[in-house]
Design a protein around this ligand. Structure first.
Ligand SMILES: NC(=O)c1ccc[n+]([C@@H]2O[C@H](COP(=O)([O-])OP(=O)(O)OC[C@H]3O[C@@H](n4cnc5c(N)ncnc54)[C@H](OP(=O)(O)O)[C@@H]3O)[C@@H](O)[C@H]2O)c1
Length: 297
C-alpha cells in the first residue's frame, strides 16, 4: 500500500518515513523543492502519477513568529496548500490525513480543549492553520484532521534541541512558566497516524473528521525544560545549574501564544483505539536518541 508523505523532510515527516517503511508500507516521500503544495497543478500531477492509497500532509509553514511578518507566505502554505491537496484527493478519491495545531485555540479555557470547542487563533500562524482545516473540511469528506501540540523529535529543530544547546553553554536558563500545554513526540504522532491509516484500511465504518493527539499530561515550558536538562545530564556534559521560571511578559515574542492549549485526546482513543503515552516517557526516549547521536559525531 502506497502512502504519500508530504513534508517528508520535517520532524513528523521524517518519523513517518522511518516507521512507515518499517511497517512494510511503500512510503513516497515528498517535500520542497520537488513538490510545492501551493502549486495546484503539481499537486494534481503527483497524485495522478503515483496513485497513493493515502496522503498525509505533514508539510506546513511552522515558523510561528516569522509568520507575523510573512502573512502571505504562511497562508499560501497552511491554507492554500491543504486546499489544493483536499481538492486533488477528492478528485482521485484518496483519504487525506492533515496535521493541525493547538494554536487555533485562544487559551482562555482552563480544561483540555475538545474537538468541538470554538476556535479563535491569536496569531497569523494559528489563523492560517485554522483556515487550512476549513479548506480540508469543505472539499473532502474522507479526511482526518489531527491537531497536535508542542512537537519535538530527533530530527529537525525544536525546543528540546534548543534546551540541550543552552544546557551545554549556560549556567542559568530562563524559560516561560505561565504557558500550559502537552509536549508531543514526533515519533509517537507518526505511530498514531499509521495506526489511523491501518484502521481505515481494514474498516468500512470510519468516523471521519477532526481529532486531537498530544502527549499525556499538562505542563509548562519551564517544567519541560527542567526535565530535558535533568535527563540530558545522564548522557552529555551539562553546564546548567538553574532553570529559572519567567513570565510570558518577560520573554516577548512577535506572535501571541495561547497560555493554555492542552488537548483532550479521548475521542481518538475511543474511535481509533490509540494509546496516549505520558509526555515524560516519550521525552526520555528522544533525549537518549538525540544525545547518543551527538556523542557518535
Ligand atoms: N512544530 C510544532 O511544535 C507543532 C505544534 C503543533 C502542530 N504542528 C503541526 O505539525 C505538522 C508537522 O510539523 P513539523 O514540526 O514536523 O514541521 P517542520 O519540521 O517544519 O516540517 C515541515 C516540512 O514541510 C515543508 N514545506 C514547507 N512548505 C512546503 C510547501 N509549500 N510544499 C511542500 N513542503 C513544504 C518544510 O520544508 P522547509 O523546511 O524547506 O520549509 C518542511 O520540510 C505541521 O502541520 C505543523 O503545523 C507542529
Amino acid at each position: 500500500m502506497k502512502i504519500l508523505v508530504i513534508g517528508s523532510k520535517g520532524q513528523l515527516g521524517h518519523e513517518l518515513l522511518i516507521q512507515g517503511n518499517n511497517s512494510g508500507y511503500e512510503i513516497l516521500p515528498a517535500d520542497l523543492p520537488d513538490l510545492d503544495i501551493t502549486d495546484k497543478t503539481q499537486v494534481k500531477h503527483w497524485l495522478e502519477r503515483f496513485q497513493p492509497s493515502f496522503v498525509v500532509n505533514a508539510a506546513a509553514y511552522t515558523n510561528v513568529d516569522k509568520a507575523e511578518t510573512e502573512q502571505n507566505f504562511a497562508f499560501a502554505v497552511n491554507r492554500d496548500g491543504p486546499a489544493n491537496l483536499a481538492e486533488a484527493c477528492a478528485k482521485f478519491e484518496i483519504p487525506l490525513i492533515h496535521i493541525s495545531t493547538d494554536f487555533i485555540f485562544d487559551g482562555k479555557k482552563s480544561s483540555p480543549y475538545i474537538e468541538s470547542d470554538p476556535v479563535s487563533p491569536l496569531s497569523v500562524y494559528g489563523k492560517s492553520k485554522q483556515e487550512g482545516e476549513n479548506e480540508v473540511r469543505s472539499r473532502l469528506k474522507k479526511h482526518i484532521i489531527l491537531r497536535t501540540a508542542w512537537l519535538y523529535g530527533v530530527h529537525g529543530q525544536n525546543f528540546v534541541k534548543t534546551m540541550l544547546r543552552l544546557g551545554r553553554e549556560k549556567e542559568v536558563i530562563s524559560v516561560v512558566s505561565d504557558q500550559f500545554g502537552s509536549p508531543t513526540s514526533a515519533a509517537d504522532l507518526a505511530e498514531a497516524v499509521l495506526q489511523i491509516i491501518s484502521r481505515i484500511k481494514y474498516s468500512d465504518n470510519i468516523n471521519w473528521g477532526t481529532y486531537h493527539y498530544c502527549g499525556h499530561g499538562i505542563t509548562t515550558w519551564h517544567v519541560f525544560a527542567k526535565e530535558i536538562i535533568n535527563l540530558a545530564k545522564h548522557y552529555i556534559p551539562i553546564k546548567t545549574i538553574t532553570v529559572k521560571p519567567i513570565s510570558t511578559a518577560e520573554y516577548p515574542t512577535k506572535a501571541t501564544r495561547p497560555c493554555f492549549s492542552a488537548l483532550d485526546c479521548n475521542l481518538i482513543k475511543k474511535n481509533f483505539g490509540i494509546n496516549i503515552k505520558p509526555w515524560q516517557d516519550s521525552l526520555k526516549t528522544v533525549i537518549r536518541q538525540v544525545c547518543q547521536k551527538e556523542t557518535e559525531k
